[in-house]
Design a protein around this ligand. Structure first.
Ligand code: DC
Length: 224
């Protein structure tokens, strides 16, 4: 199956709701093709924490616009910083998840981050994961995947991940995930939705390697 895939030109978009396995799958695909892995959720989380720390009233359009005018985000090799402060170690908490789901619904924030994400993908060789990569950030890429799984499967995975860091009941994780899913899917700017030309992969029905294999086959076979 040695099809001529120009690895340097590969731009792969992976979207889907939280807890669906996007990060693990995206990192494995990036490693397999020697591509750069870009986690856009990490950017929304870091910006949400930075806005919170700066006590920005994100419901005030003036305050938010002013904050976004000076916003400098850097994502590099798994680390994320905002205006020169490294937020990498702080973004995987329930608080950051809650803040990010609200902050990411704000258009001025999305405008800054989408522009930055497009810049990162400009020279190709990336796997980018998020909610709107195939629909908004990189709509022209041929390689789009939309991962799905039932709420129960995703909440179970997220709880297993979270409980190493924070003691949360599985019910709490499940309920807050439901609330965040609803915000992500119902916001007016770039809601979570499958791109028409994305391939849907149910990650509840396969193990991680099975999902990765399915995506790699689709890319190498040129079925996308
Ligand atoms: O993927 P994640 O859970 O780290 O994302 C954090 C939040 O940011 C989540 O509420 C969805 C949002 N997000 C988004 O709106 N657009 C993206 N491209 C990535 C994440």
């Amino acid at each position: 199956m040695e099809k001529q895939i120009k690895k340097r030109s590969l731009v792969i978009a992976i979207d889907g709701p939280s807890g669906v396995g996007k990060s693990t799958v995206s990192k494995k695909i990036a490693a397999r093709f020697g591509l750069t892995y870009i986690d856009t959720g990490a950017m929304y989380r870091a910006v949400a924490l930075a806005a919170n720390r700066a006590k920005i009233d994100i419901d005030s359009i003036e305050e938010l616009e002013e904050f976004c005018d000076d916003l400098r985000v850097e994502f590099d090799d798994g680390t994320v910083s905002v205006n020169g402060t490294d937020y990498t170690g702080l973004i995987r908490t329930e608080e950051a998840s809650t803040l990010a789901s609200v902050t990411s619904s704000k258009s001025p924030v999305r405008r800054v981050l989408v522009e930055y994400q497009r810049k990162l993908a400009k020279n190709g060789a990336v796997v980018m994961e998020g909610r709107d990569i195939g629909t908004v950030v990189l709509p022209d890429t041929r390689f789009k995947f939309f991962l799905t799984a039932s709420h129960e499967v995703r909440a179970f995975r997220r709880h297993a991940e979270q409980k190493e860091k924070e003691s949360l009941e599985s019910k709490e994780v499940s309920e807050s995930m439901r609330a965040r899913d609803s915000l992500d899917s119902n916001r007016s700017d770039s809601p979570l939705v499958k791109a028409r030309d994305a391939i849907e992969v149910d990650t509840g029905a396969l193990d991680i390697d099975g999902v990765v294999e399915k995506i790699l086959l689709a890319i190498e076979d040129g079925t996308v």
